[in-house]
Design a protein around this ligand. Structure first.
Ligand SMILES: Cc1cc2nc3c(=O)[nH]c(=O)nc-3n(C[C@H](O)[C@H](O)[C@H](O)COP(=O)(O)OP(=O)(O)OC[C@H]3O[C@@H](n4cnc5c(N)ncnc54)[C@H](O)[C@@H]3O)c2cc1C
Length: 126
């Protein structure tokens, strides 16, 4: 049987500070995420991270488009949207990996990352 002081349902933005605070207070806590695909919640998967990554690429495009006002002329440029998307996907994937590794470390303080079926999650071997 698994004995814990608290269960946090979901691994989104709300879960991270809560798990840290509980961990610091010495609580043995388990974080449950219903799907590995949604690890990190909306912010990481469809919200803050992907949108800001794409906005960063758009800003580069805008800077090139308006470079002439700075006396810089750039000819023959194009956007490869596939590369833009792959960059965004990698940043999201790296952040997820970071989240798993962080939870591995926290697990020593009693926090683990498990899925909703109570099977061991990806970091269970840590
Ligand atoms: C397009 C977009 C852009 C955004 N940009 C920003 C921004 O720049 N800055 C900002 O501060 N906020 C931004 N947000 C808002 C931000 O994403 C949310 O405020 C934040 O994700 C809320 O976090 P949460 O933990 O409350 O919920 P969620 O992120 O929704 O996380 C809930 C988690 O719980 C899991 N879950 C649900 N039910 C169960 C269950 N029964 N069992 C197990 N797991 C479960 C879900 O899979 C999910 O991982 C943006 C949102 C969107 C949509």
């Amino acid at each position: 049987m698994i004995k814990k002081d608290a269960i946090i349902i979901g691994s989104g933005q709300a879960a991270k500070p809560l798990s840290e605070k509980l961990s610091e207070a010495g609580w043995k806590t388990v974080m449950i995420e219903k799907s590995e695909a949604e690890l990190g919640g909306a912010c990481l998967n469809v919200g803050c991270t992907p949108t800001k990554t794409l906005i960063a690429s758009a800003k580069v495009m805008h800077a090139i488009n308006t470079s002439e006002i700075h006396g810089i002329s750039v000819s023959d440029f194009k956007i490869d949207f596939d590369t833009t998307q792959k960059r965004k996907d990698k940043i999201v994937a790296d952040s997820k990996e970071g989240l798993l590794q962080k939870n591995c470390r926290r697990r020593k303080l009693g926090i683990g990352l498990w899925n909703s079926f109570f099977q061991r999650g990806k970091n269970s071997e840590c």
